[in-house]
Design a protein around this ligand. Structure first.
Ligand SMILES: [Zn+2]
Length: 70
């Protein structure tokens, strides 16, 4: 089992969260790292997951609490 890396191009941290996007509902959901590679969603490290903000007109639902200092 290999660790997945953050989806941000310049970031090499290990991913800890998965973001899934519901385009119809204009909702982004941040949850625990998906157990397997999925076609949808992307993976973020602790830092980028905490920085994640929804685009204008979108909602962001956080399903997990991220702790720790950046
Ligand atoms: Zn990152």
């Amino acid at each position: 089992m290999s660790s997945r890396r953050c989806s941000q191009p310049v970031c090499s941290r290990v991913a800890v969260a998965t973001v899934t996007i519901d385009y119809d509902g204009r909702t982004m959901a941040l949850g625990p790292l998906a157990p397997a590679e999925t076609a949808e969603g992307y993976h973020l490290c602790n830092v980028h997951a905490r920085r994640l903000t929804p685009a204008y007109g979108w909602r962001l639902i956080r399903h997990l609490e991220l702790s720790g200092d950046v």
